[in-house]
Design a protein around this ligand. Structure first.
Ligand SMILES: C[S@@+](CC[C@H](N)C(=O)[O-])C[C@H]1O[C@@H](n2cnc3c(N)ncnc32)[C@H](O)[C@@H]1O
Length: 304
């Protein structure tokens, strides 16, 4: 392991991430976020974003994703940030390695606004693939806001397996007879009942709570790239906004957990993990990335 910096909470390695991953203990990380190489074909001073054909790129990623799964804790989650070049290939690879039932979502993050390209629809989204190690046991904290709101717990149409009869106070809720089905599991329904969040309106179940429903389209202004938002370039070439990491880390980990980013870049994950009281492990092959990260963390490099 090639340690670059450690203070007990944040540890940075400067080396190839596969080498580091192979040296790491199994089940030692609770949440992995990686903004991977998009395979643009560009060669930068400090690293190459050219992994060959998409098939060759998949073979480069395969051992890394396998190792990432190994180092994840039994209730761990992984978010792989990519774009249109690699997203479908990574989805297939992740399905193979994690299993299709551990796929949770494909998140669309808006990185920019219209840039006036006229020969195609302007690409404004990149993709975050979200998987868990065990689909029966993972951390997912809902996002809570100030105001309470009412959200339906059913949807129209038949869906076998999601049409069980449930009870609330002295009422029986039979969605199947109304040609509807449940959006939540029986266990989730029980939790909401205990929390006093269930309301029946015309015999149909709603949740009345301060939970903010968040979809997989992340297009709030703070999700946009820093340059698009502020017009000011960052110390690093392509940093992801803190809002993206803030949402991922709050939802999919607990304070005190260990978060890792094996394509550290400008260190956004390190900064947000620290602010949210998580331990952090970062890895980058480039000293520029490690130094920018340490600068953002407000510490000096301690090379060993
Ligand atoms: C797209 S940037 C990450 C940007 C980062 N998310 C941020 O917010 O600043 C990708 C990073 O991966 C690093 N990298 C490339 N190949 C690597 C490898 N084999 N092992 C570790 N890091 C690598 C590059 O040096 C680069 O800093």
């Amino acid at each position: 392991m090639s340690l670059y910096y450690s203070d007990g909470h944040t540890t940075i390695y400067k080396q190839d991430n596969l080498e580091l991953l192979r040296d790491m203990k199994s089940e030692s990380v609770d949440l992995i976020y990686c903004d991977i190489l998009y395979n643009t074909g560009k060669v930068f001073d400090d690293y190459s974003d050219d992994l060959g054909s998409p098939e060759e790129a998949m073979e480069w990623y395969r051992p890394r994703i396998e190792e990432m799964r190994r180092v994840l804790s039994s209730s761990g989650s992984i978010f792989i940030h990519c774009n249109w070049r690699m997203d479908s290939y990574m989805r297939i690879l992740m399905d193979e390695i994690f299993g299709t039932n551990c796929f949770r979502n494909r998140i669309y993050r808006q990185h920019s606004k219209e840039r006036g390209f006229f020969s195609n629809f302007d690409s404004q989204m990149d993709i975050i693939l979200y998987y868990v190690k065990d689909h029966r046991n993972f951390v997912f904290h809902e996002i809570r806001g100030e105001a309470k709101r009412i959200v339906p717990l059913f949807e129209n149409g038949d869906l076998p397996g999601r049409d069980d009869i449930r009870s609330f106070e002295d009422t029986t809720i039979d969605l199947k007879s109304l040609n509807k089905h449940w959006l939540i599991s029986a266990a989730q329904f029980d939790d909401m009942k205990k929390a006093g969040e269930i309301k029946l309106i015309d015999g149909l179940p709603y949740r009345f709570s301060d939970v903010i429903p968040v979809g997989n389209l992340w297009n709030e202004p703070e999700m946009l790239d820093t340059y698009t938002r502020t017009g000011v370039a960052d110390a690093y070439d392509t940093p992801k906004p803190e809002a993206v990491l803030d949402r991922i880390i709050r939802v999919a980990s607990n304070p005190g957990d260990t978060v890792a980013d094996f394509f550290l870049g400008g260190g956004t994950t390190a900064v947000v993990a620290g602010k949210l009281g998580r331990k952090f492990i970062g890895c980058d092959i480039s000293s520029k990335a490690c130094d920018v990260t340490l600068m953002k963390l407000g510490v000096k490099a301690k090379e060993n």
